[in-house]
Design a protein around this ligand. Structure first.
Ligand SMILES: [Fe+2]
Length: 175
């Protein structure tokens, strides 16, 4: 279950209903999914997609999503530092960024224009679905020991191109 942290207010939210209320107020979709079958450690991409197919398919049909893939990042990933750098700088996308965490964890940082420039972090773990709304400033922190497997759901993969803000705000916050 995800944990939400608001560093500037020294607040941490763990209770599902408090967390849901906070995210709802900001237009951020968070759901809890569960695999339809047990997934072995380091399952293939096909096994991952098959295990979540019962929730994935209706979600995609309802939301008009077109494509899906599986991403894995860990200490053995080639070009790890390049990938880390790409994710960890504040950016936006022209479409929603939808991820379902399957293994490991990752930290989504949000920077909300309409809420006093508030910055908060959502630690996502197995079975957390998060949808970062289009044009919302955010960055993704893999942490010091990257280990994450996630399903990525797209309306159009071209819409996921990051538009960097170059604000430098990402350097003021740490996992
Ligand atoms: Fe992003």
């Amino acid at each position: 279950m995800a944990t939400l942290r608001i560093p500037n207010r020294n607040v941490t939210l763990r209770h599902p209903s408090a967390l849901r209320q906070f995210l709802d107020a900001r237009g951020i979709v968070h759901e809890r999914w569960s695999a339809g079958s047990d997934l072995a450690f380091a399952s293939t991409n096909e096994q991952v997609l098959a295990a979540y197919d019962h929730v994935l398919k209706p979600f995609m049909e309802k939301g008009g999503y077109q494509t899906v893939d599986v991403i894995r990042v860990d200490g053995n990933t080639p070009n790890l530092e390049v990938i880390r750098e790409k994710f960890i700088r504040e950016h936006t996308h022209s479409e929603d960024e939808v991820r379902v965490f399957v293994e490991g964890q990752g930290l989504f940082w949000f920077h909300m224009d309409g809420h006093d420039d508030e910055v908060f972090a959502l630690l996502c773990e197995q079975d957390d679905l998060i949808s970062v709304p289009a044009n919302t400033k955010h960055w993704f922190d893999l942490g010091d020991s990257p280990n994450v497997c996630a399903i990525r759901i797209f309306t159009n993969q071209a819409g996921w191109v990051p538009h960097y803000t170059n604000s430098g705000i990402d350097q003021r916050y740490h996992w």
